[in-house]
Design a protein around this ligand. Structure first.
Ligand code: CDP
Length: 224
């Protein structure tokens, strides 16, 4: 029995892609690369350096110069890895609300995408990889052995992301979370460069009403 060597998982915000990918990667002993954190990292550095997120040239230059490293976790704060940019650990900042607010703007720039896609493909070449994002099956790894497109209703995604953020101690309302997800999905799916959409040969899994284990089991059936 052969199993796929490269797996692409795409889908809208908070559809459960990362949870599925991490669980599968553990079972298969594969690397899991969440490409969303790379775009979050660019956004984080842009905000830190006080570059205007609307300045496409400035943002693109920063993305092209960024040295990204993913290393084993050095802190026991629930993180799965240390994410270093130019040697600085920014793991704790990637999910901050201000990063969330600008990440879709920043990741719509073609030059930013080119720089990230290059790094993602280099990592993907090793094989035994599950890559998660918006354009993995369509652009980054169009030859992936298995492509999954994970969807869930806006209501369900809002509820999941709201619970995550409350658990992280944030003060946020359901309505704010819903509006944030809607806004990001709108930008992600209508941009010119590598918009969010299923690849023609992707298998769609609708996770509405399914538990984490049930989604995992649907993916396992596609793999074996
Ligand atoms: O975890 P969540 O689904 O909320 O988002 P994420 O996967 O961390 O991605 C954050 C943002 O990065 C997305 O809303 C996209 O704007 C962008 N992104 C992208 O453009 N292409 C990817 N391959 C991954 C993320």
């Amino acid at each position: 029995m052969t199993i796929p060597d490269t797996i692409a998982i795409d889908g809208p915000a908070a559809s459960g892609k990362t949870t599925l990918a991490c669980n599968l990667a553990r079972e298969l002993n594969f690397i899991c690369l969440d490409t969303g954190i790379m775009y979050r990292a660019v956004t984080c550095v842009v905000l830190k350096k006080k570059v205007d997120p609307l300045d496409e040239q400035g943002v693109t230059r920063l993305a092209q110069e960024m040295q990204i490293e993913i290393a084993a976790p050095t802190l026991a704060d629930g993180r799965a890895f240390d994410f270093l940019v130019n040697g600085e650990d920014i793991t704790g900042e990637l999910r901050k609300p201000e990063v969330e607010a600008y990440v879709s703007q920043v990741s719509a720039y073609p030059g930013v995408r080119q720089a990230m896609t290059r790094q993602q493909r280099r990592i993907g070449q090793r094989g035994k990889i599950i890559m998660v994002g918006r354009d993995i099956g369509t652009v980054v790894m169009p030859d992936a052995d298995l492509k999954i497109y994970l969807v869930a209703s806006l209501e369900e995604r809002t509820r999941r992301r709201y619970e995550e953020r409350i658990q992280h101690g944030e003060e946020v309302s359901l309505d704010e979370v819903r509006r944030g997800l809607e806004r990001r999905d709108q930008i992600d799916s209508t941009r010119q460069a590598a918009p969010l959409k299923p690849a023609d040969d992707a298998v769609v899994i609708d996770s509405d009403g399914l538990s984490i284990e049930e989604v995992l089991s649907a993916a396992r059936k596609l793999i074996r």
